[in-house]
Design a protein around this ligand. Structure first.
Ligand code: CA
Length: 224
C-alpha cells in the first residue's frame, strides 16, 4: 500500500514515515503543497495524509485542485485546533477523514486502514437532482440542458444543498459553510440568496427544487 504524506514539519513527517514503514506501507513524503499536489496527481497512491497548514499551497488548495483534476485517492486531513480550518471544514472540502493534531500513532494507523478498506469511491463528477445538474469542476449549472449562469456565492450555496439531497439544512449551517465563519451578519442573507437561486433555477422552469422548511431552513428536493 502506497501512502503519500504531505507535511511540512520534518520531524512529524519522518516519524509518520518510520512508523508506517514498519507497518508495511510504502511511504512517500512531500514537504510542501506544490510538491504534494504534483506527487498526488502524477504518482499512484492508495491514500494521502495531507496537512492543512503547508507552505506554498495549503492543504485546502491541494485537495481542491486534486478533486478538480478528478483524482479521488482517499485523503486523511490533518487539522490543528488552532488552525484556520477545523474538522468540519476538512470533510466539507472533500477530505474522506480527518485527524486533529496531536494524534496517537495507533489511531492514525486505524484511520488509514479503515480508509483503505473503503477504497476510492467512484464519485459522481456532476451533481444532479432531476434535470438540474451542477458540475463543480467546470463551474457549470444546467437545467434541462440549458446553461444557467450563477454567481460564485449562488453556485456555492447550490452546491452545498445538492451535496445534501433531501436533507434539511439549517440557515446557520448554510451560513457557516457558504459564507465564512467570521461572517457576523444575520441569516437573512441566506434567504436573500435562496431567492436569487430560485429565480434562476426554479421559476423560469416552473419547478420547486429548494423547499423551505419553516423554522428550520431548507431542503433540496430531488424531485422538485
Ligand atoms: Ca503544517
Amino acid at each position: 500500500m502506497r501512502v503519500l504524506v504531505v507535511e511540512d514539519e520534518r520531524g512529524l513527517a519522518a516519524a509518520i514515515t518510520r512508523g508506517l514503514t514498519e507497518e508495511g506501507f510504502t511511504v512517500h513524503t512531500a514537504l510542501n503543497g506544490v510538491d504534494g499536489l504534483w506527487s498526488a496527481t502524477h504518482q499512484p497512491h492508495d491514500v494521502i495524509i495531507l496537512d492543512i497548514m503547508l507552505p506554498a499551497l495549503s492543504g485546502y488548495e491541494v485537495l481542491k485542485r486534486l478533486r478538480a483534476a478528478r483524482v479521488w485517492t482517499p485523503v486523511l486531513m490533518l487539522t490543528a485546533k488552532d488552525g484556520e480550518y477545523d474538522e468540519a471544514d476538512a470533510l466539507d472540502l472533500g477530505a474522506d477523514d480527518y485527524l486533529s493534531k496531536p494524534f496517537s500513532y495507533v489511531v492514525l494507523v486505524a484511520h488509514l486502514r479503515a480508509l483503505l478498506r473503503r477504497g476510492a469511491p467512484a464519485r459522481p463528477a456532476v451533481l444532479a437532482a432531476a434535470d438540474l445538474t451542477l458540475d463543480p469542476s467546470r463551474r457549470k449549472c444546467q437545467r434541462a440542458g440549458q446553461e444557467i449562469p450563477l454567481t460564485a456565492r449562488e453556485f456555492a450555496l447550490l452546491e452545498f444543498l445538492m451535496r445534501r439531497p433531501d436533507e434539511v439544512v439549517s440557515k446557520s449551517d448554510i451560513l457557516t459553510h457558504v459564507w465564512d465563519e467570521n461572517f457576523d451578519g444575520d441569516t437573512n442573507i441566506v434567504e436573500v440568496y435562496v431567492r436569487y437561486l430560485r429565480r434562476k433555477i426554479d421559476t423560469p422552469f416552473g419547478r420547486h427544487t429548494i423547499d423551505t422548511v419553516r423554522g428550520v431552513g431548507y431542503r433540496l428536493n430531488t424531485e422538485g
